[in-house]
Structure formats: structure tokens, C-alpha cells
Design a protein around this ligand. Structure first.
Ligand code: NI
Length: 187
């Protein structure tokens, strides 16, 4: 398994629609394994294919030590509301309050291609909504008010200018790549 580069805000692929997966191939299995490895290295709880520069319609998720992949996921029910702070592995160090459904039921395929449903609340529901958004070119900052989005983007641009980084790729340091699996709540 390998830790993949993470594409960050400004990379066009983060705004592209993904392509439904039609065949479970060895390449797809390797992508799923590498995405888990990358998510853990970055201490995230979710990661979507466009974040590693891929266009397959899938995301990996691990909230509360329950790892699973959703292939071609669809939200079939939403209920209630929750508001809470979100971050994203593709927009490091930027956070904002986002309103999401409190509960979702998601229909997806697992890594063998079998259909399943997950009925999720709270953080898992938030994570699923965030990761499914990624598969349709949406980012959490899209939900912020204009004023808050401008402030977040200004902070982002300033940090990037300081780093002199125009590549839109975030390479995890070897320490991060080899690091512990401590989590925070970046998606
Ligand atoms: Ni994200």
C-alpha cells in the first residue's frame, strides 16, 4: 500500500463530477487500500477519490474505528438538521460551521460490488454527506456565507503564499506517512 498525494483547493479535479464505478478491478482494490492508508496518514475520518486525483465514484470512511468504503453512493433519505464545524484534508487548517442533515440513509456498493445501506446519525452522517459532496465537485466551503467563505479563502491564500506552494498537491511528510493513526475530524 502507498500513501498518495492529496490534491488541495485550486486543483480542478476537486470540482469535477466523478464517474460511476462499473467494474470491481484489482486496480480499484489497490486504490481503496491506498486511500485508507492516505486517510490514516493524514489523520482524517473520510477521503474521496478526487482528493487523491482520481475520478472513480468512491469514498473511504472511518468514524469510530469502523472503516468502510462507499462505491457509487446515493443518499436515499435525509432527516433533521445538525450544525457543526467541518474541515477537509484538501483545505488544511480551514474550518467552518456547516449545516447538514442529522440522519442519512446511504445506499452504496461495497468493495466486492455488493449493495448495502448505511443508516447514519451525527458525525457519521456528516462525514457521509461531506464525502458524497466531494464525488459531485462540492466542498464544505460552498456552504459558508459569502463573508465567511471570503475570510476562509483569504486565510487559505495567505497560508499558501507563505509556503510558496502553487502545486495544488499536498505531500504528506515521511513522518506523517509513517505516523500514528490518531484521528481528528478532518474529512
Ligand atoms: Ni473533504
Amino acid at each position: 500500500m502507498s500513501v498518495l498525494d492529496i490534491y488541495v483547493l485550486g486543483a480542478p479535479i476537486l470540482r469535477h463530477e466523478t464517474v460511476p464505478v462499473t467494474e470491481i478491478t484489482p486496480d480499484l482494490q489497490r486504490l481503496i487500500d491506498d486511500m485508507f492508508e492516505t486517510m490514516y496518514a493524514a489523520k482524517g475520518i473520510g477521503l474521496a477519490a478526487p482528493q487523491v486525483g482520481r475520478s472513480e465514484q468512491l469514498s473511504v470512511i472511518d468514524v469510530d474505528e469502523n472503516p468502510f468504503v462507499v462505491i457509487n453512493p446515493d443518499i436515499v433519505l435525509t432527516e433533521g438538521k445538525q450544525k457543526g464545524e467541518e474541515g477537509c484534508l484538501s483545505i488544511p487548517d480551514i474550518y467552518g460551521d456547516v449545516e447538514r442533515a442529522m440522519r442519512v440513509i446511504v445506499r452504496a456498493q461495497d468493495r466486492t460490488g455488493k449493495s448495502f445501506e448505511v443508516d447514519a446519525n451525527d458525525l457519521l452522517a456528516r462525514c457521509l454527506q461531506h464525502e458524497i459532496d466531494h464525488l459531485h465537485g462540492r466542498l464544505f466551503i460552498d456552504y459558508l456565507s459569502l463573508v465567511k467563505r471570503r475570510a476562509a479563502l483569504a486565510k487559505w491564500e495567505k497560508a499558501r503564499q507563505k509556503d510558496g506552494d502553487r502545486s495544488h498537491i499536498r505531500k504528506l511528510t515521511p513522518q506523517e506517512a509513517a505516523g500514528s493513526h490518531r484521528r481528528d475530524e478532518e474529512l
